[in-house]
Design a protein around this ligand. Structure first.
Ligand code: NAP
Ligand code: ZN
Ligand code: ZN
Length: 348
């Protein structure tokens, strides 16, 4: 077994604290990644605090993992020692069902194995995430990272990146499409970058007036304060796509109303409560609401390659592992530009 240091939540209310645990010895298709940076997703906070229910403790969160391969199993084909590598939100799946056979393992009929807050396929071992020094993972769920990109800035691509790239691709966003992004946080800022890179005319919908300048810097063409009813009304029936990345409880209606004929509300934010939807608003303009969960293994690699080609990384604030509880509090105040990334050297 491989001894690893990490930070864990031991229950929904205590702060995260140092935690030592063991990773399995490498199987034939496994890769051992020395973790250099780990992004902080709002889902880490939701799960550490059991906001979705059913959390498994102790929990080492973290599913935006980048580092270097330091060991490979006998049958590993994709990686060699020294390669840059990333691990995202899942580490396994049944590998046999229709979604798995189509490399959409996040929709595995038996349920994907999440990188943490999940049991591994043996249903006994608790999977532990990236707020740790090393991870062992089957190579199918490990991704190549171009040497051209800043490694710390790549970490958030493994969740915030793929989670926004995948629905924009699914919605077939094309040059000239009018795309709005709700919520300028980790996911929101990546959605803006991708929609701009796909040639869309992008509008930021934010509750924070102070983020207007940044939205423009990120490439958004317009900024609308979503708490300003008059400004929102002006955009009714205006957009082809709205990407909802909001982490706090809210109704879908304010965003639904913004959709033009056949407009799509792409839901990726996962607040605690169930939002209310008025069917009359849905029927108007034949609007649709589409949920989207991260992205499959092939699409995740495609997204990373797209980022290398377009020189896209996340805008980040690097923190030490010891600052994680403070970072969670700041996340709740929407006070992050635009992703915290933990420098794992602080734990080694
Ligand atoms: P984040 O960095 O905290 O950003 C969330 C943003 O939501 C905030 O920056 C804020 O932007 C906006 N917001 C906060 N409170 C709001 C309110 N009351 N009304 C409207 N907007 C509000 O979070 P994140 O890491 O991007 O994650 C966003 C959500 O996506 C979380 O719920 C997370 O669990 C979920 N998620 C889903 C998937 C998936 O596979 N679908 C993957 C990863 C994460 P403004 O200041 O601009 O308003
Ligand atoms: Zn995430
Ligand atoms: Zn499956």
């Amino acid at each position: 077994m491989i001894q690893v240091k990490g930070y864990a939540a031991i229950d929904p209310t205590s702060p995260l604290a140092p935690f030592s645990f063991q990773r399995r010895d490498l199987r034939e298709h496994d890769v051992l990644v020395d973790i250099l940076f780990s992004g902080v997703c709002h889902s880490d906070l939701h799960q550490a605090r059991d906001e979705w229910g059913g959390s498994i403790y102790p929990m080492v969160p973290g599913h935006e993992i980048v580092g270097k391969v330091i060991k490979v199993g006998n049958h590993v084909k994709k990686f060699k020692v020294g390669d840059r590598a990333g691990v995202g939100v899942m580490i396994d799946s049944c590998r046999q069902c229709k979604p798995c056979n189509n490399y959409m393992e996040q929709y595995c009929a038996e349920g994907m194995t999440g990188t943490y807050n999940n049991y591994e396929r043996d249903m006994k071992t608790i999977a532990q995430g990236g707020y740790s020094t090393q991870i062992v993972c089957d190579e199918r769920w490990v991704y190549h990272i171009s040497d051209k990109l800043d490694l710390a800035g790549v970490a958030p691509l493994l969740c915030a990146g793929i989670t926004t790239y995948s629905p924009l691709k699914f919605a077939k966003v094309r040059p000239g499409d009018r795309v709005a992004v709700a919520g300028l946080g980790g996911l929101g800022h990546m959605a803006v970058k991708f929609a701009v890179a796909m040639g869309a005319e992008v509008t930021m919908l934010s509750t924070s007036p102070s983020k207007a300048k940044d939205a423009k810097k990120l490439g958004a063409h317009h900024f609308v304060l979503s708490t300003d009813e008059t400004a929102m009304k002006k955009h009714h029936s205006h957009f082809d796509v709205v990407v909802d990345t909001v982490s706090a409880d809210h109704d879908y209606e304010i965003y639904l109303k913004l959709l033009d004929l056949h407009g799509k509300l792409l839901v990726v934010g996962l607040p605690k409560d169930e939002p209310h939807v008025n069917p009359f608003e849905l029927l108007k303009n034949r609007r649709s609401i589409i949920g989207s969960m991260i992205g499959g293994t092939v699409e995740t690699q495609e997204m990373l390659d797209f980022c290398a080609e377009k020189n896209i990384v996340a805008d980040i604030e690097i923190i030490s592992m010891q600052k994680i509880n403070e970072a969670y509090e700041r996340l709740l105040k929407s006070d992050v530009k635009y992703r915290f990334v933990i420098d794992m050297a602080s734990l080694k």
